[in-house]
Design a protein around this ligand. Structure first.
Ligand code: NAD
Ligand code: UDP
Length: 342
């Protein structure tokens, strides 16, 4: 049995990926320090899959704590989701972002070398393409200048992994650049559960839909796009999870070195289109107003999906309507998110 260590496996994307790996016959071990997730996710995963996954409450920056995971298990591959991800927070807490995201990656690499674990999938982001307006982004598009510390951590970790794979000939790395993951598992038992007031569009719309936030402000209505609002490549988190399974499958074909794939749908959806689709899903209007532009926003961002389709055999199948319906199913069943851990 092929065992995958999923760091950050109780988080939004990690938890959905755990389900997909399990469905595809992989053995899963989860390591998460609960910095942005709750133990209840593990219970929910058990309800969904009928399986209690082996879980370690460890900080991936803590070498001696993480060593226990490598000591107690034979790990074949690692998917490294663990990291802090809030763009705005990273601007006011740069030290915490650089320290957590880079040290956790370095510690994982160190232990991978020591325990001869050679397969790594890393959660990167479309943010590494910077502010280029040359869409769609292909994997060959030049990396850009990031606009915040969070983006730079992804950019820097990609470089660290490229350097490591050149030096360590056994190491195989797949960088997955996600576009905008949204939606939730069809059960409505797990989904995105941000703390505080959300910054991202879908969590914000969801909170307006449940009535816990009054109104969505659309950041800018005067872009050079069909309806004046920004276009993004929203991808259903369950499609994204399947993309990780395909990446782990593809590892066997990769001799060594780094390969990189975009995970998106290849389609841009405007903020107004997203709001309309969500209104249809929840059955009522989403109170909104057009406000000023948000600094650092690209007018249009979507992926070229050719490479992932050709080499991974990955093609996202779920529509924006599916994303909104599943998001609403999760949000309406859990209007206050998951219960806090005791
Ligand atoms: P998330 O915050 O829901 O999940 C991350 C998980 O990692 C959390 O459970 C958190 O507790 C854990 N974690 C953080 N630091 C840790 C550490 N030092 N040790 C152990 N666990 C730690 O975020 P997500 O949306 O599931 O994102 C997963 C990964 O994908 C992140 O690396 C993120 O940067 C990346 N990513 C996310 C998006 C997005 O829009 N959600 C887009 C591109 C890339
Ligand atoms: N957005 C918005 N109002 C919000 C949050 C987001 O209009 O309260 C817009 C944002 O300007 C962008 C799109 O929704 O055009 C997606 O934003 P998000 O932060 O979710 O993703 P990102 O910009 O990082 O791709």
């Amino acid at each position: 049995m092929h065992t995958v260590l999923v760091t950050g496996g109780l988080g939004f994307i990690g938890s959905h990926t755990v389900i997909a790996l399990n469905e595809n016959g992989y053995e899963v071990i989860i390591a998460d320090n609960l910095a942005n997730s709750k133990m209840e996710v593990l219970n929910r995963l058990e309800i969904i899959t009928g399986k209690r996954f082996k879980f370690y409450n460890v900080d991936c920056c803590d070498e001696s704590a993480l060593r226990v995971v490598f000591e107690e298990n034979t790990i074949d591959s690692i998917i490294h989701f663990a990291g802090l991800k809030a763009v705005g927070e990273s601007v006011v807490m740069p030290y915490e972002y650089y320290s957590n995201n880079i040290n956790s990656m370095l510690t994982v690499i160190k232990l991978m070398r020591e325990y001869k674990v050679n397969n790594l999938v890393f959660s990167s982001s479309a943010t590494v393409y910077g502010m280029s307006e040359d869409v769609p982004f292909t994997e060959e598009s030049p990396l850009g200048i990031c606009t915040n510390p969070y983006g730079w951590t992804k950019w820097m970790i990609e470089q660290i992994l490229r350097d490591c794979s050149k030096a360590y000939s056994d190491l195989k790395v797949i960088l997955l650049r996600y576009f905008n993951p949204v939606g939730a598992h069809e059960s409505g038992l797990i989904g995105e559960d941000p703390r505080g007031i959300p910054n991202n569009l879908f969590p914000y719309i969801s909170k307006v839909a449940t009535g816990s936030l009054e109104r969505l402000t659309i950041h800018g209505g005067d872009y050079d796009t069909p309806d004046g609002t920004c276009l993004r490549d929203y991808i259903h988190v369950c499609d994204l999870a399947d993309g990780h399974v395909k990446a782990i499958n593809y590892m066997a074909k990769l001799e060594s070195g780094v390969d990189v794939f975009n995970l998106g749908t290849g389609k841009g959806t405007s903020v107004i289109e997203a709001v309309k689709a969500f209104e249809k899903a929840c059955g009522h209007e989403i109170n909104n107003v057009i406000g000023p532009r948000r600094s650092g926003d690209l007018p249009v961002c979507y992926a070229s999906t050719d490479k992932a389709e050709r080499l991974l055999g990955f093609k996202a199948s779920r529509t924006i309507e599916d994303m909104c319906e599943s998001c609403w199913n999760w949000q309406s069943k859990n209007p206050n998110g998951l219960p806090e851990d005791n």
